[in-house]
Design a protein around this ligand. Structure first.
Ligand code: OXD
Ligand code: MN
Length: 595
């Protein structure tokens, strides 16, 4: 209970409807987290990991049908279908509410309803927003306690201002508590529903990640993008990092990549270039507001990392490995005989014997992976060894550069800079990547994922492009972040050309120097590329040929890209901003007249 009448009424209304056996108000204290986790161990939903190897850490195994975000069951229910746009699933809000109300009726029988007051952003920051999630999943309660700032302080700071109501149920009422399973969910019906007009979220049937931890994708991106449009700020699928050069000068970069393209690795990168330092503020979401000085300030609304485990290793991301040594929840990874976790890529040598994420005995001869490709860790931001000193700043940090990128084996060079903000908006709008395991769908297919926001924009994507263009008019070129496009994934004959990881610091250095206006570039039809002698490659074992290929801009390939972009743009019809049409035509002309 709280003194906030609106909150109490809302909770009581939903409790009456969902009929849980009991209510539990989350207070956010450390001992609360421990006791909720202990209860989950008792119940069989959590396995406590070996205390001497991984203190205060747990493994959860989901139902095999509930392993990723389900974009096909994600809906934007705006009153006006036009507002939703062609890249989202739309449903009439009244009808959706009727349908879900039926499903929610009695859906928490035999369970506890957890009430989770949470703040996206530092409590009392002018950029922060409050949500309250009600859920019948203790897994959600303990994950939310890591991923967001939870507790009484949040309700106090809220006062009687509005909050974002978030309703979640796993959709598996119990007539007999003995019938419960370690990972309750509803195999038949799943709904992840955003109501942008009412600014509320209803989720049903899934207990996994972004489907259930409603502060993340549903609130901090889908609903927040609508708020940002209306209020003149930006809610973006971006990491935030601090970059310091050997002279001690520091700049902040934000970067948008589609899901599972290495945002967490980049955010925590250890530079191979001597004297350079990277510090992390966030690995997934950035909210950006203009400061009084006309610059864009970014804040990470989250409080933890919900990172993809497979591929995370001492080699790929030592800082992530150090972040997850304790107080971490692992989901759908393998269990070692001595009670620790393992996943593909964690060590070069595979352990002889494991229990797979499917709770089956596993040996290296098995064809199926031991960990699910979308297996995750949930760990507190504060455990990151390279956490930026300003990670909790209520004002956020001023952004000098925005990086876009994706996985493209061909066509896109290692790095290029947009000519100006509008051209930068164009480059963001054409991000493309191979699909990964973070969402359901065919892995490996190239899909366009504008601004890495395709599954996360809460309104018409063409209007979102327009919003980006409008943001560019609210300040001046010297104050707006410079925009870049990177591609670590270019290949020749199936071989990666760029070593990636810590070596990406070489690209960040070039970006940093571009922000200072250094004359280190060549002009090409697609943008500004590094002058070959200005990309620091000392100490890197890379052939001249490979560097040439990495930086190659081939007009004939790009002209094909233009055709594909034009086809992609058609889905937005008349609503596509003219400016982007103009950018595309100008690119085509530059390509046709080049060389
Ligand atoms: C994520 C995603 O989980 O983008 O961050 O899918
Ligand atoms: Mn993400």
């Amino acid at each position: 209970m709280t003194n906030n009448r609106k909150v109490n009424e809302w909770v009581q209304e939903w409790a009456a409807w969902c009929q849980p056996d009991r209510l539990y108000w989350c207070k956010g204290a450390a001992n609360e987290w421990q006791s909720l986790c202990n209860a989950m161990v008792q119940h069989g939903s959590f396995i406590r990991l070996n205390e001497s190897k991984r203190p205060s850490s747990f493994l959860a195994r989901s139902d095999p049908s509930d392993v990723a975000r389900v974009e096909s069951r994600t809906f934007i229910c705006s009153a006006d279908q036009e507002q939703c746009g062609p890249t989202n699933n739309w449903h009439a809000p009244d009808e959706m509410q009727q349908r879900l109300r039926k499903l929610y009726q009695g859906c928490m029988k035999g369970r506890t309803m957890y009430i989770i007051p949470f703040s996206m952003g530092p409590v009392r920051s002018p950029m922060a927003c409050t949500g309250i999630e009600i859920t019948d999943s203790p897994y959600v309660a303990v994950n939310m306690a890591i991923m967001t700032r939870v507790g009484e302080e949040v309700l106090q700071a809220l006062g009687d201002r509005p909050f974002i109501p978030c309703v979640h149920s796993v959709g598996m009422p119990l007539s007999n508590p003995a019938e419960d399973t370690p990972w309750p969910c509803n195999a038949q019906e799943k709904y992840i529903v955003q109501f942008p007009d009412e600014r509320m979220i209803w989720s049903y049937g899934s207990g996994y990640g972004g489907n259930a931890l409603l502060g993340k994708k549903c609130f901090a991106l889908r609903i927040a993008s609508v708020m940002a449009r209306d209020e003149g700020w930006m809610a973006e699928h971006m990491l935030i990092m601090g970059v310091t050069n050997p002279r001690g000068e520091k700049k902040y970069f934000a970067a948008a990549f589609p899901s599972a393209c290495g945002k967490t690795n980049l955010a925590m990168l250890i530079p191979t270039l001597p004297g350079w330092k990277i510090e992390t503020l966030g690995d997934d979401i950035a909210w950006m507001h203009f400061g009084a000085d006309g610059r864009l300030y970014a804040m990470n609304p989250e409080f933890g990392f919900f990172g993809v485990a497979p591929g995370t290793s001492q080699r790929s991301n030592p800082n992530a490995v150090a972040t997850i040594v304790k107080n971490t929840i692992f989901t759908n990874v393998a269990l070692t005989p001595d009670g620790d976790v393992w996943w593909e890529g964690l060590s070069e040598e595979k352990p002889n014997r494991l229990t797979s994420w499917l709770n089956q005995p596993w040996t290296p001869e098995d064809k199926a992976p031991a960990a699910h490709p979308n297996g995750r860790f949930t760990a507190p931001l504060t455990q990151c060894p390279c956490l930026d000193p300003d990670w909790d700043s209520p004002q956020g940090v001023p952004i000098s550069a925005i990086l876009f990128g994706g996985r493209r084996p061909t066509v896109i060079p290692l790095v290029h800079q947009a000519f100006d903000w509008s051209h930068g908006v164009f480059t963001g709008s054409i991000i493309s990547s191979e699909r990964t395991a973070a969402a359901d769908g065919t892995v490996g297919m190239v899909r366009r994922d504008p601004f890495a926001m395709l599954p996360f924009c809460g309104y018409h994507m063409a209007d979102y492009f327009g919003h980006w263009l409008k943001i560019g008019k609210q300040s001046t070129a010297d104050k707006l972040p410079k925009v870049f496009y990177v591609n670590w994934f270019r290949q020749r004959n199936g071989r990666w050309l760029w070593p990636g990881y810590g070596e990406n610091s070489r690209v960040l250095k070039w970006v940093f120097e571009r922000c200072d206006g250094e004359d280190n570039f060549v002009r090409t039809p697609i943008g500004l590329l590094p002058r070959a002698d200005k990309l620091s490659l000392d100490g890197l074992n890379i052939s001249r040929d490979d560097v040439e290929e990495l930086l190659a801009v081939r007009p004939e390939q790009w002209l094909k890209e233009v055709v594909d972009i034009r086809r992609f743009y058609q889905i937005f019809g008349q609503r596509l901003p003219n400016e982007l049409e103009r950018q595309l035509t100008e690119l085509e002309v530059r390509l046709q007249t080049s060389g």
